[in-house]
Ligand binder design. Structure first.
Ligand SMILES: [Mg+2]
Length: 414
């Protein structure tokens, strides 16, 4: 089997409302690049990349020079071919490698008639549990609906998500407002959802002292973990020495060098594995094996996904014995998907691992065309800018907080 073509199509799919975060905002939509890898026996494998609001089509076109003629089963060779660790200092292709690995695994599963999770060791579970992903949101500029800024709005949104999707774990994405206000919001969320568990993620924007203050203030709650309260291993280690809440990260342990450093001198309790950040599903399985050996916790990170990327997270979640927490996904914020059958369904807060060969998802070509046209009309968006605060630049540690009393709507293209 040989690769004969690589195609990439950028799409934009609307979200219910713009999602605010510590470094900017998802401006009411996701921009994702959908990758198709075709082989000489007529199979097409699917990959997906994105997250920063920009198209990555050009980089996948450039990969044709490397990969046409390559056997998609030779995945380790592909790693060194396009993302050799020292060459990557110049061309950083880890995320590109990830999308191509997804597509090649999809091809192999189709060729061998098995789901990707069977290639990865076989499923341990048929459904992967997910956490609700609660954001501070601007209102949808077209409808005026969906704002979550006040405590009442955030709590009402979390209760509605629980009712609609069955979540029993809830994540609050924070780092937008002053930490004292966000502490009030988090405590109110916990009080409104007794018996459930919670996690809090300010995207690393606090000082170490602020992280310690907040971590100590939430010790009595049913926390899964406190995620990236501060940016940097040493700040995380200092925080961890002073609080009794597990710390998690998707920012400072995102490769094997950092994982080794964390094991030799532990700063983080739970590693949030991201199939894109780590360069594919297989590196995540490998990292989870190291975490299993050293009894470090594991969960699945979401960097924003449509159905193809979600399928990679499901196959990963299916095979990890040490998946000790519900996975994260932005998925429930989407209004539609580009796969056949539309948005995958949540059942009791979980999503079924696809049973079909490969990743088990197929492109809906009409939807691909529709959302490709939408991308052409709207273009990309700056993930690291806040449409409500033009010219704002967050610093580390940050003190340039948004005002929770500021209810002005934002204008974003839609
Ligand atoms: Mg995070």
């Amino acid at each position: 089997m040989r690769i004969i073509d690589i195609r990439a199509t950028t799409v934009t799919v609307p979200l219910e409302a713009p999602l605010r975060h510590a470094n900017g905002c998802h401006w009411g939509r996701f921009v994702r690049t959908i990758v198709e890898v075709e082989t000489d026996n007529g199979l097409i494998g699917l990959g997906e990349m994105g997250g920063g609001g920009e198209s990555a089509e050009a980089v996948f076109r450039a990969m044709k020079a490397y990969l046409v003629g390559h056997d998609p089963a030779r995945l380790e060779e592909m790693r060194f071919l396009i993302a050799n660790p020292t060459a990557s200092l110049y061309n950083n292709r880890t995320q590109v490698l990830a999308a191509l690995e997804f597509a090649c695994l999809d091809i192999l599963g189709q060729a061998w008639g098995v789901p990707v999770c069977e290639i990865l060791g076989g499923r341990l579970r048929d459904k992967v549990p997910f956490a609700a992903y609660c954001f501070f949101r601007y209102p949808n500029p077209a409808t005026g609906e969906g704002e979550t800024r006040t405590i009442d709005q955030v709590v009402a949104n979390a209760l509605s998500l629980k009712q609609r999707f069955g979540f029993t774990s809830h994540k609050l994405k924070a780092g937008v407002f002053h930490p004292d206000y966000e502490l009030e919001v988090y405590k109110a969320l916990a009080a409104a959802l007794p018996g459930d568990s919670y996690r809090f993620d300010p995207n690393g924007v606090w000082s170490t002292e602020q992280a310690i203050r907040f971590g100590q203030a939430i010790e009595g709650l049913r926390n899964d973990y406190l995620e990236d309260p501060v940016y940097g291993m040493h700040g995380m280690r200092r925080t961890r020495e002073m609080i009794r809440v597990p710390l998690a990260t998707n920012t400072v342990v995102v490769n094997f060098e950092q994982l080794a450093a964390n094991i030799l001198n532990t700063a983080v309790d739970v590693i949030l594995l991201d199939t894109t950040f780590w360069g594919g599903i297989r590196p995540c399985v490998k990292a989870a094996g190291i975490c299993e050996t050293f009894q470090i916790g594991v969960a699945v990170h979401s960097s924003g996904e449509l159905g193809i990327q979600l399928a990679t997270m499901l196959h990963l979640g299916a095979v990890l014995p040490n998946l000790s927490f519900a996975a994260d996904a932005h998925y429930h914020h989407l209004t539609d998907d580009i796969i056949e059958g539309g948005l995958m369904k949540y059942e009791g807060g979980a999503i079924r691992v696809p049973d079909g060969p490969g990743l088990g998802v197929k492109l809906n070509r009409d939807k691909l065309r529709e959302y490709s046209e939408l991308y052409k009309r709207l273009g990309g968006y700056p993930y690291d800018q806040d449409p409500g605060r033009p010219g704002w630049t967050p610093i580390l540690p940050n003190d340039r907080w948004a005002d929770p009393k500021d209810s002005r709507p934002v204008r974003v293209p839609c």
